[in-house]
Design a binder for this molecule. Structure first.
Ligand code: SF4
Length: 273
């Protein structure tokens, strides 16, 4: 099976056999129009546009999710598509071709996940993960959705690529204050188990500068008592956007060095290239 987001001609649901999690992840893509409110230079969504998801066909999404959970839990999906080592259902993951929480149907989607998890008795063994840029967390319906996620073995992977206003502007191509990011991050941590997820990369062959890295470390240290940990990674393949033409992966040593600096403050860090 490849890692594209098309399976069985489904619109919203796509399974991924993940080496990283050593299991199967069932992805939910609400941004079928490839629209995001951010434009990160390393984004890998082909044809990314600014915007938000169109209205979700909840009946269709529910049918597709039901079909796939049943196929994994009661059918031969794992035997057919996953090698022996990866034959386990790891998570249901809200990760689309854009920011999922921009959808006004997000809360309804989380309620569908909750009811199907209940029906298939996915109690503690399967996680529900939201990968998010965190920009909409303080909307009341999204805060409510995070509260529900926390009852579904939930995790939020909250994107923080920089802790300077200029860095956020350069990397994520949005204008945000660092205080605002911290406020939304702390709100997320109150509602659901939350990891910071960070992408670091070289520009024209040069690593992120020392001031940027120091600001990032200080930011993470300032929230260390609230977060579950940090997930550090670098660009996996060539970015889709023209703005990303001169970026490339940092070395494993670079990520390890940041991980070491954070670990000295008892912060759980996982890193991968
Ligand atoms: S938030 Fe995610 S989908 Fe949106 S531009 Fe950034 S990487 Fe792409």
């Amino acid at each position: 099976m490849d890692h594209s987001r098309i399976f069985n001609n489904f619109t919203y649901i796509y399974p991924v056999v993940s080496r990283r999690s050593e299991g199967v992840s069932l992805g939910i893509n609400l941004n079928v129009n490839n629209a995001c409110n951010w434009r990160c230079v390393y984004c890998q969504v082909d044809g990314l546009v600014r915007g938000k998801p169109e209205t979700i066909d909840l009946k269709k999404l529910s049918y597709e999710l039901d079909y796939m959970i049943n196929y994994i839990v009661n059918g031969d999906f794992l035997a057919k598509y996953a090698s022996a080592k990866f034959r386990r259902f790891n998570d249901i993951c809200l990760s689309g071709n854009g920011e999922s929480t921009s959808s006004h149907d997000f809360l309804a989607v989380v309620n569908i996940i909750a009811s199907l998890r209940e029906r298939y008795k996915l109690i503690h063994n399967v996680k529900t993960v939201l990968i998010s840029n965190g920009s909409e967390i303080d909307r009341p319906d999204i805060s409510k959705a995070l509260q529900i996620l926390s009852t579904l073995n939930g995790e939020v992977w909250f994107k923080v690529d920089s802790a300077t206003k200029s860095g956020i502007n350069k990397i994520n191509q949005v204008i945000l204050s660092v205080d605002g990011v911290k406020k939304r991050l702390l709100l997320a941590t109150k509602l659901c188990k939350t990891y910071i997820q960070t992408c670091m990369y070289k520009t024209s062959g040069i690593d992120p500068d020392t001031d940027e890295v120091d600001a990032y470390i200080n930011f993470v240290n300032s929230v260390r008592e609230h977060i579950a940990g940090v997930l550090l990674y670098s660009t996996a393949r060539n970015p889709a956007l023209p703005e990303g033409h001169d970026i490339s992966s940092v070395s494993e040593e670079f990520l390890a060095n940041i991980a070491n600096r954070l670990s000295t403050n008892d912060i759980l860090v996982k890193y991968y290239q």
